[in-house]
Design a binder for this molecule. Structure first.
Ligand code: BTN
Length: 235
């Protein structure tokens, strides 16, 4: 596993993001990782709960990059690439992971992992949930797992690959900036021009995918012109 990370493992916890937040407030250093076998109060984006039984990966990574907070959103794209690499490393060779803005990982159109980015002062917490063995059935979107796709059922293996890949993407980001990350993310997302619908600010807008802006905002071409969407989700 990458040396830049120190993992604190819990058999059970409320939410690894909450524990990482507590550690951040206590001054825990860059690279502190909270890993739990199960969560009793796992949280997803937009205040959703995150299905968190034993058998999946639940991880929160505390980063103090020293970069301005305005660049923190870029980190979720690094995390999404690391998740996609991890999923592909665990799955049979021909199966690809696809990324959906802002940071879902899908396999054959079904969500296999989610990322929750939170800021605590100058620390960014990247919470990652990856369905290895279990997927919720009571949600409004399709879900899947590593095992359901014929992959390797190793939560610790997933964690180690994920941290290793994230470490590599962090090095690229530090040395070359966001652009190579943005390009790699685009290579694993919908093709430019794909018909998509984005929900943002209580509004749902249909349009054509026009890429990612230099800061990670979604670019959507609509009949009214190009829109820049900073927060929301593609549905
Ligand atoms: C999403 O809604 O897609 C984001 C889900 C993020 C879930 C992970 S599981 C580990 C970490 N702890 C949490 O409570 N949430 C994140």
């Amino acid at each position: 596993m990458s040396k830049q990370f120190t993992v604190w493992h819990h058999e059970q916890i409320g939410s690894t993001n909450d524990e990482a937040r507590r550690l951040a407030q206590e001054g825990a250093p860059h690279g502190t990782v909270v890993h739990a076998d199960e969560q009793t109060a796992g949280r997803g984006r937009l205040s959703h709960t995150w299905f968190s039984p034993a058998g999946n990966l639940y991880l929160s990574i505390l980063l103090r990059t020293g970069e301005p907070i305005s660049r923190a959103a870029e980190l979720s794209f690094l995390a999404a690439l690391a998740v996609a690499d991890t999923v592909e490393a665990l799955l049979p060779r021909q199966i690809r992971a696809m990324l959906k803005w802002p940071n879902d990982a899908l396999v054959n159109g079904a969500k296999i992992a989610g990322i929750l980015l939170e800021q605590v002062d100058d620390a960014t917490i990247i919470g990652i949930g990856l369905n290895v063995l279990e997927a919720p059935s009571n949600v409004a979107y399709k879900t899947t797992t590593i095992v359901a796709n014929g992959g390797i059922a190793s939560v610790d293996g997933a964690r180690d690959i994920l941290l290793d890949r994230l470490g590599n993407y962090l090095s690229v980001w530090r040395e070359e900036g966001f652009e190579p990350i943005r390009e790699q993310w685009l290579n694993r997302s919908y093709p430019i021009g794909a018909a998509i619908r984005a929900n943002a600010g209580g509004q749902s807008t249909a349009g054509h995918f026009a890429g990612l802006d230099v800061d990670g905002a979604l670019l959507l071409d609509t009949p009214q012109g190009r829109q820049r969407i900073v927060a929301g989700e593609v549905v």
